[in-house]
Design a protein around this ligand. Structure first.
Ligand code: SAH
Length: 383
């Protein structure tokens, strides 16, 4: 009987992993690994036969032991404002979403890290889908690969994809190893060659993992804050019960202390009408930010990114009024806190923050519970 050996998907390996695979499995030198990486990430080639500077013997070995298998595109959809969304099939029944957002001089790709999410933030559509599993390294970097190929992106030459934010579906710090490996490929010259600060990981606030990220990687950090006091934050982000604001902010201080001076953390703050958008709460947030900047000893250490809430079927929250958003921003600006309002893009294709859903075979039964609640409220279209 012939033994069937599973082929290694090369998209699962960062540079170190590729070098090891070439040495240990193929008995080849590292520069061969580098050549193949360039074909994959700079030329978007998945067929070893097209790698013209790779000799026949090595191509045969690669055919036998390896494959280059990006996620399959189930459909892709352009938005009127230039935003583009892909639904990528993962395995039977599961699919995740990736969104490209072009803006003056830059192109940002919003990448998912898990199929669904287990954190249950009350105002996020992904949460209603429940959780299925972590994405592999190949499935994470594969999202960048698919978008880069579609856009005709040329690493180092003609860059259309300039930034990646890990702000799609899932909590990236709960899939630490695969996310870090994929972020290595995003920043590697043999990969997509993005600068460190152009790759941003966004977290709901897993304190121990923020520390680990600070030790092991070198990317920008964004933290989903959404409330300046524990009582309110625990209601919105249940994870706050485990890691309250004081511990979260202390981890953020430690993160910046490990980085070069002049770097900052972005605090995301989704504005929901009558929930977290009052002047009093804005003042509390301003105090929290000032305190943070003082601790880091850098006046621009914390930036606030206000995100007007994006509604989805069945949600009990509403977007704050424009005047309230402006007033909230003004209080922060007047207190000397750098504050931006993130303008919603791609909402005609449900591609805005918190609207990514994909298709999740839920293992938490949260989806069933959410559908039941919707039915109680008389909302029929839960899909
Ligand atoms: N789990 C990570 C990555 C998700 S990032 C995190 O929590 O940071 C997505 C960002 O959009 C987060 O800041 C999230 O809190 C915010 N968000 C979620 N639902 C939203 C909604 N309906 N409207 C606006 N922003 C939302």
């Amino acid at each position: 009987m012939t033994e069937v050996v599973a082929k290694t998907n090369l998209l699962d390996l960062d540079r170190e992993g590729m070098e090891r695979f070439f040495a240990e499995t193929l008995g080849e030198k590292r520069f061969r690994a580098h050549q193949v990486m360039k074909w994959i990430y700079h030329q978007h080639v998945t067929d070893f036969a097209q790698m013209t500077d790779v000799g026949k013997a090595l191509r045969a070995k690669l055919e036998a032991h390896a494959e280059i298998r990006p996620p399959s595109v189930q459909f892709d959809k352009p938005s009127a404002d230039g935003t583009h969304k892909w639904l990528l099939g993962m395995d039977s029944g599961n699919a995740i979403e990736t969104v490209f957002i072009p803006d003056k001089g830059r192109g940002t790709l919003c990448v998912s890290s898990q199929v669904g999410c287990g954190l249950n933030c009350q105002f996020c559509s992904t949460a209603t889908q429940g959780f299925n599993r972590n994405l592999s390294t190949a499935e994470i970097i594969g999202q960048v690969w698919v978008a880069s190929k579609h856009l005709g992106n040329k690493t180092h030459l003609h860059r259309k994809l300039t930034n990646v934010v890990m702000m799609g579906m899932g909590e990236p710090l709960l899939n630490f190893d695969n996310v870090v490996r994929a972020m290595n490929l995003m920043r590697d010259d043999l990969g997509f060659g993005l600068a460190n600060k152009r790759v941003t990981l966004s977290t709901a606030g897993l304190v121990p993992m923020i520390d680990r990220l600070g030790e092991e990687s070198d990317v920008s950090l964004a933290v989903s804050l959404h409330a300046p006091n524990d009582e309110l934050r625990t209601q919105l982000v249940p994870l706050n019960k485990k890691y309250p604001i004081a511990e979260l902010m202390a981890a953020c201080v430690r993160y910046l202390q490990r980085r070069k001076k002049g770097e900052s953390i972005t605090f995301e703050y989704t504005l929901m009408k009558g929930v977290n958008d009052t002047p009093e709460i804005a003042r509390q947030l301003a105090r929290l930010m000032k305190q943070f900047c003082n601790q880091v000893q850098y006046s621009e250490a914390g930036k606030v990114n206000l995100i007007p809430f994006n509604p989805f079927p069945g949600t009990r929250f509403e977007r704050s009024d424009e005047a309230t958003i402006r007033a909230f921003q003004k209080i922060l600006l007047d207190a000397g806190v750098l504050t931006m309002v993130r303008r919603t893009r791609g909402d005609d294709i449900d591609a805005a923050c918190g609207q990514l859903k994909g298709q999740v075979m839920d293992r938490t039964r949260r989806q069933a519970e959410f559908k039941r609640k919707l039915e109680e409220k008389g909302v029929s279209d839960a899909a």
